[in-house]
Write a protein that binds this ligand. Sequence first.
Ligand code: NAD
Length: 489
Amino acid sequence: METYAYYADGRWLEPAGGEYFTSENPYTGKTWAQIPRCNDRDVEIAVQAAYRACHEGPWARMHPAERGTMVRRLGDAVALHADRLADIETRDNGKRRVDIHPGLSSWLIDSFYYYAGMADKLEGSVIPTGRDEILNYTRHEPYGVVAAITAWNSPLLIAIWKLAPALAAGNAVILKPSEFASASTLELMKAFEDADLPSGVINTITGFGAEVGEPLVTHDRVRKVSFTGSVKGGASVAGLAARSVKSVTMELGGKSPQLVFDDARLEDSVHGVCGGIFPPAGQSCIAGSRLLLQAGIYDAFVGKLIEVAQRARLGDPNDPATNIGPIANKIHFERVLGHIERARKSGATLACGGNAVNPGGAGGWFIEPTIFTNVAPDSALAREEIFGPVLAVMRFETEDEAVQIANDTDFGLAAGIWTEDHRRALNLANRLEAGTVYLNNYFDACTQSPVGGYKQSGYGRENGWEGMRDFVQTKSVWLSTARRIEAPF
Ligand code: NAD
């Protein structure tokens, strides 16, 4: 059994209350680690350390190019420790190992390199005020202490999307990973020790939303909150942050539609739709969990979709031959099964899957790829985020009807369109209410391209220049060269 400490002020610390909670391996269901159950006293240590780091320490005075060099070293540290990080994240939340390393690791490294290069390019501008005796210019300045609160489905990726730009901009960061998957973020802190950043610049405190997240979000010295999680959690955090008018970025849930038209290439679109939800067992914020099929392709598509979904091998997430790993924790496993049970009773047709399974007898939390057809657009199955391997299939006749169904949701994270008519694809890309639209592909992303939500899927953006802008505030400076200032009265 591994027992972790938490990381603040450049030190490994025992939780103030002396309590721990456990982490279970989703493949076996067995407990493998103890995680510090921090409380508000630990939050205080981390916040004061971060505050000192960005107001008094060398971080505050460092040349931006040097800060960029340090952020780059964090990327080097991830490269050096990629194997260990992947081992731990797979053990902790059941993500397929190949999806982390080599899958994600080059992206994680690139995030640091990309934002490292931006650290000394945060140029302000000189504003044309039209007055010769006035110089007005802008500066992009860090907020100071940033709270970065993350979800359990992809802990390293989500943490790094926040860390890299926040640090490059000159902030100090306190990470608060999910209580369901904290270990890989703590391992990341171990990896970062090689990079030798000043104490307090990066901190990770672990524990529950109410015990750690809330005191962090409401702390006076925290000036920016970047949150990734559910709509419910996000709404609560945004409300808490509003009490002291903090800047907030929200990356929340989704119920993303995939629209397939009669003229789509059948095989490619089936692969794209299946790949858009099932490989991470639906535990992706952008999972394409609503499938809208045009009437002419409906039967052929559903037949092929079932065939491909049933081919998937569920099993050990460490085995490269595994197609779909487990559900990340037992509470969520039971929640997804509850959604399936309610969907069965709702009148939709269960076309395949729907069962919990136990591949290899390992004892973990697996659910078959599940497809419901004849789903009513106003049913819970079509409207609620399940965050599991459950695809809801609906039928449409016309483009307008497809847009109406696709946009009739509280969410707006992503959407996919499959058609050979490129004029239609581009028109629909404009009409769909989503932060990301995929045309004849799904799931692509890169460091340079912004991601984020419309509607209740959130606000603010991660990645690209917009990801940096979320971690700076703009100051406007006015200088007068006038020889006299006129008396006001
Ligand atoms: P969650 O909202 O339950 O928890 C997210 C984090 O918030 C956790 O660290 C939790 O401890 C913390 N938290 C919860 N309530 C809090 C409070 N009142 N104050 C402070 N902190 C609090 O979400 P989850 O179940 O961990 O994650 C799954 C959700 O995340 C899904 O809805 C998924 O779509 C979403 N997600 C979104 C993105 C994106 O980029 N848009 C990426 C990944 C996951």
